[in-house]
Design a protein around this ligand. Structure first.
Ligand code: GDP
Ligand code: ADP
Length: 217
């Protein structure tokens, strides 16, 4: 029997979180281009689209009523209020991907990370927190992105210290100083975690064989 027949592969849930502006969307975009088998979990949000954002690509843009209805009917795997707007990960596509052993990438905040880690899917989670090299650089990246008003930027900066305080809840931490180095760390983590996942069932078989050998002595 082949390994895939006896042990259907489970999809990994790769969670990326960071204070706003540290670079997690940039890393997520690069990772999706690097590995086209990864599925990006497109969140629903009540925040307004930024210039260039497309409904269904970066987010599903929803009214508060429509968002509330999704939560009520159990369609969200997790949801949270972030910077005064609601954000949530639709459950259906994640469960579909898990079933066929496809890995899913989430760009969600620490509250969402905590909810998925504590859910029935928790054992398939690999979580990564992205830190900026300095707070001055974080602010300059938020400004450089030039997509938010001064007020929005100030609000995000004010929240960044409490966001950062959750770093130790994550499996891995990447300091995004140089984007190429940060991206290399990210792909190394994914490759190592995939190896671990893929080897686990075969290892269990192997140890059963060792035990049979013990018993036969
Ligand atoms: N819990 C949760 N957080 C989300 C979700 N989608 C996005 N976020 C987080 O919401 C925050 C704001 O996202 P966004 O408005 O795109 O701003 P940006 O992070 O500055 O690009 C970020 O920390 C995202 O990771 C989601 O589905 N659930
Ligand atoms: N290592 C880096 N060095 C310099 N600029 C970066 C780096 N990583 C990301 N950026 C830039 O910083 C800004 C914020 O990045 P973004 O990915 O949108 O952050 P987040 O999704 O965490 O809010 C973007 O303009 C992005 O191009």
């Amino acid at each position: 029997m082949t390994m895939t027949q006896s042990h259907p592969r489970r999809g990994l849930l790769l969670i990326l979180s960071s204070p706003s502006g540290a670079g997690k969307s940039t890393l997520a975009r690069r990772l999706m281009a690097w590995d086209t088998t990864l599925r990006f979990s497109v969140s629903a949000t009540t925040r307004a689209p930024r210039p260039g954002e497309e409904d269904g690509r970066e987010y599903y843009f929803k009214t508060r009523e429509a968002f509330g209805a999704m939560v009520q009917s159990g369609d969200m795997l997790e949801h949270a209020e972030v910077f005064g707007n609601f954000y949530g990960s639709p459950r259906g596509p994640v469960e579909q991907a898990m079933k066929v052993g496809r890995d899913t990438l989430f760009d969600i905040d620490w509250q969402g990370g905590q909810q998925i880690r504590n859910s029935a899917l928790g054992r398939d989670v690999v979580s990564i927190f992205v830190l900026p090299p300095s707070i001055a650089e974080l602010e300059s990246r938020l400004r450089g992105r030039a997509q938010d008003s001064e007020e929005v930027i100030a609000g995000r900066m004010a929240k960044s210290q409490s966001e950062i305080s959750h770093w130790a809840e994550y499996d891995y931490v990447i300091v995004n100083r140089d984007i190429d180095n940060a991206f290399n760390e990210l792909t190394t983590i994914l490759e190592a975690e995939r190896l671990r996942r893929d080897r686990q069932p075969a290892l269990a078989d192997f140890v059963r064989g060792l035990n049979r050998e013990f018993e036969a002595r």
